[in-house]
Unconditional design. Structure first.
Length: 398
């Protein structure tokens, strides 16, 4: 089921074209002159950072590339990509224009798991394909907060704040950041994206993404027909295009999140976490029941849907004896639910994923917490700045 939740008042990010032409690493044959007289830049650029330097290369060839080529040409929408393959050295620079799609080659082998490569891609996109609106798609393996963009040739992959670093160093505002990768719609990842203050909307899945990935022809068909569509409309199109392809038959999910609204909800999350810590001795059983019953990403039983978790906790608290702690935690739980729901622009669920609400959070216990505690607390801002890490430490000591 697709649910288009609300229209936002997000403003456009106008990208200013630098006068200099950026040099592409390992490549000198592609530069595009921009008409400075009438500032005739396109309305949209869709830029794909495709790391197929791993076992997903066949998925790119069989699905992503044909779908992108199937999109009709539109002078107001540039579709471009850098593609790193496992089977070749160097990377491809592709401009998709329907039947006139062109592929150029750079001989330098870049680590697509490095934040510096992503930074260079963003700067190149802004210099060579400036536009009024920018959507960037990250394509590869993903694993919630743990890592993403795994490059088998040089062994690089992005951890912790690497994405934030790339966004800050590039200094390019994004209207939409999409992840054609598994399990990336986590609160930990959203917090990192929001912390950078460079992204308005994030489109990603809580669940594993099938090898087919994003159905780009369905997702961007409305934009190719009407280039005046707003970022919120395009993000909604992406979610509805996803559902038109996958329907109800698989364990799939995709959500579009207003990143600014999500970051505003972190005040409610921190208040809720404080109340969770205060009530840990009184409500430990309620915590256990809610955590065990909440929807869990099939890739790991410890990445739980946050809103489903909070709703179940509220039901569990209703069974507990009256107390000031219960009142405070019940109130902050409802406040958190409302704040997080307000950040969800659109969501697609299936019969199997009907309990997903848009984002997960890591709730590690026992063996999982013992394995990931240090990494979770030492590489991420989210658990340390919201109090969630302190709660998990106390929970696992009880």
């Amino acid at each position: 089921m697709t649910k288009l939740i609300r229209e936002s008042s997000l403003g456009k990010s106008v990208i200013v074209l630098a006068a200099a032409i950026l040099a592409v690493p390992g490549f000198t044959g592609l530069s595009i002159a921009v008409d400075q007289e009438d500032n005739g830049i396109p309305e949209w650029t869709i830029a794909l950072f495709i790391n197929a330097d791993n076992n997903l290369e066949i998925c790119y060839d069989d699905f992503t590339y044909p779908w992108l080529c199937a999109l009709p040409d539109n002078d107001e929408v540039d579709i471009v990509s850098w593609v790193d393959r496992l089977s070749t050295t160097g990377y491809e620079i592709i401009e998709f224009s329907g039947e006139d799609t062109t592929v150029s080659y750079a001989e330098t082998e870049l680590g697509f798991g490095l934040s510096s490569t992503l930074r260079d891609f963003l700067i190149w996109t802004d210099a060579e394909h400036p536009s009024e609106n920018l959507a960037v798609i990250m394509w590869d393996h993903g694993s919630a907060w743990r890592s993403f963009s795994s490059d088998d040739t040089d062994g690089s992959r992005m951890y912790g704040p690497d994405l934030d670093q790339a966004l800050r160093e590039a200094d390019i505002p994004l209207d939409i950041l999409g992840f054609d990768a598994c399990s990336m719609s986590s609160m930990e990842r959203l917090y990192e994206v929001g912390y950078s203050e460079y992204v308005d909307i994030m489109v990603a899945s809580e669940e594993l993404v099938p090898g087919n990935g994003f159905p780009y022809d369905s997702m961007f068909a409305p934009l190719m027909q009407d280039f005046t569509r707003t970022p919120v409309q395009v993000a909604g199109d992406m979610v509805m295009g996803w559902e038109s392809y996958y329907h109800q038959s698989q364990r799939v999910n995709l959500a579009a999140i207003d990143v600014n609204k999500f970051m505003a909800a972190m005040d409610s999350f921190s208040e809720w976490t404080d109340d969770m810590i205060i009530g840990i001795d009184l409500f430990k059983n309620a915590y256990n029941h809610a955590a065990k019953d909440a929807y869990a990403d099939c890739g790991t039983q410890f990445q739980l849907d946050m809103i489903d978790l909070a709703e179940l906790l509220y039901e569990e608290l209703a069974r507990c004896p009256a107390s000031d702690e219960k009142t405070a935690l019940s109130d902050s739980t409802l406040g958190l639910i409302d704040a997080l729901k307000d950040s969800v622009i659109a969501i697609s669920t299936s019969a199997v994923t009907r309990d997903t609400r848009g984002m997960t959070v890591y709730w590690g216990w026992y063996g999982s917490w013992n394995s990931f505690e240090a990494r979770y607390l030492e590489t991420l801002w989210f658990p340390n700045e919201t109090g969630w890490g302190e709660f998990l430490e106390l929970f696992n000591q009880k």
